[in-house]
Design a binder for this molecule. Structure first.
Ligand SMILES: Nc1ncnc2c1ncn2[C@@H]1O[C@H](COP(=O)(O)OP(=O)(O)OP(=O)(O)O)[C@@H](O)[C@H]1O
Ligand SMILES: [Mg+2]
Length: 298
């Protein structure tokens, strides 16, 4: 038996058993249901993306997964092998303003039981990765909002958990930092488990599996590539003033920002109906379209 075979076998056995399983989970706040009958399995080494509009329940779901909230109904099963070594990036910044950047991280790692050598090594590595090394002597309160977010990411990276739970981790980050961090997380595939919620669905492109939440319910879930392959093969983009004519022609469409989108399995026949339009852009569907397509009729 070669080592590749053994490695594959190891992954298959690991993947057979979920690390965390949500079984008919409901969460209520003051009798209002905010998560409704959520069933979900998360496997070790998996990258799971959670998408959904504001208030759809992403943060509540992450808090349940991390054990920070208890379900009102249903059950969350943590596998025996899951030692709950979670690193959570919260939507709000946690680190104390009166610490320096470096001390804020040192403090967290000390609380987590790291020794002096590990602290120095991990803190320096994490600060370099998020581009805060030159500002390590700054007070946290003097950092901009985006840099505070970088510090939150540095905290979790320095802690090096088995499971990363990231709630809107890249909000406010410039493109360069964001790409660098995405690249860092991508390299952890199959080594760490990552659960990420984001309004920016493009940030979920590194995930294997996607959950789309809508008003506390799972609208769709599945393998990202499979979900994408099931979308109509073309998207037609029209100017915002096309809606009247589209309504008259009874063509299903979706208004987003300053554009109107039509999804079509047979775009040539749809295009033929649109002769009167001066501008129609035809493109392949992107990840953003996945959510629009499934949420549009709800
Ligand atoms: N502690 C709480 N008490 C009462 N209601 C709450 C509490 N936490 C969340 N909610 C409600 O639960 C629903 C889901 O909230 P949640 O924060 O999970 O949404 P979200 O999808 O993360 O939104 P966003 O994209 O804005 O971060 C919302 O209606 C919210 O008002
Ligand atoms: Mg949230």
């Amino acid at each position: 038996m070669n080592s590749r075979f053994i490695q594959n076998l190891y992954f298959e056995v690991l993947y057979l058993q979920p690390m965390i399983e949500l079984v008919h989970v409901w969460k209520y706040f003051s009798r209002k249901p905010v998560l409704k009958n959520v069933n979900l399995k998360i496997y070790p080494g998996e990258f799971l993306g959670i998408a959904g509009a504001n208030g759809s329940g992403k943060t509540v779901l992450l808090h349940l997964l991390a054990g920070l909230l208890k379900p009102s109904k249903g059950e969350i099963v943590f596998n025996n092998d899951c030692n709950k070594n979670f690193g959570f990036v919260f939507q709000e910044n946690l680190l104390e303003d009166f610490f320096t950047v470096e001390d804020a991280l040192r403090y967290c790692l000390k609380l987590a039981g790291f020794n002096a050598f590990q602290i120095r090594k991990s803190v320096n590595h994490a600060l370099k990765l998020v581009g805060l090394y030159n500002r390590k002597k700054w007070l946290v309160k003097h950092l901009s909002k985006g840099l505070k977010q970088c510090l939150e990411l540095a905290r979790v990276i320095a802690l090096n958990p088995d499971v990363f739970i990231l709630d809107e981790p890249f909000t406010g980050l410039d493109v360069k930092r964001k790409e660098k961090l995405k690249h860092f997380f991508k390299r952890l595939k199959h080594v760490k488990t990552l659960i990420i919620a984001s309004l920016e669905i493009q940030d979920l492109s590194m995930c294997d599996k996607l959950v789309l939440l809508h008003n506390g319910k799972i609208l769709i879930t599945g393998d990202l590539k499979v979900l994408m392959s099931k979308l109509p093969d073309r998207v037609l983009e029209l100017p915002i003033n096309s809606t009247k004519v589209l309504n008259a022609l009874k063509i299903k469409h979706f208004v987003t920002g300053d554009k109107v989108l039509c999804f079509s399995k047979n775009y040539k026949s749809l295009l033929a109906k649109m002769k009167s339009f001066e501008y129609v852009k035809i493109r392949k569907p992107c990840l953003q379209d996945l959510f629009l397509y499934h949420a549009r009729e709800r």
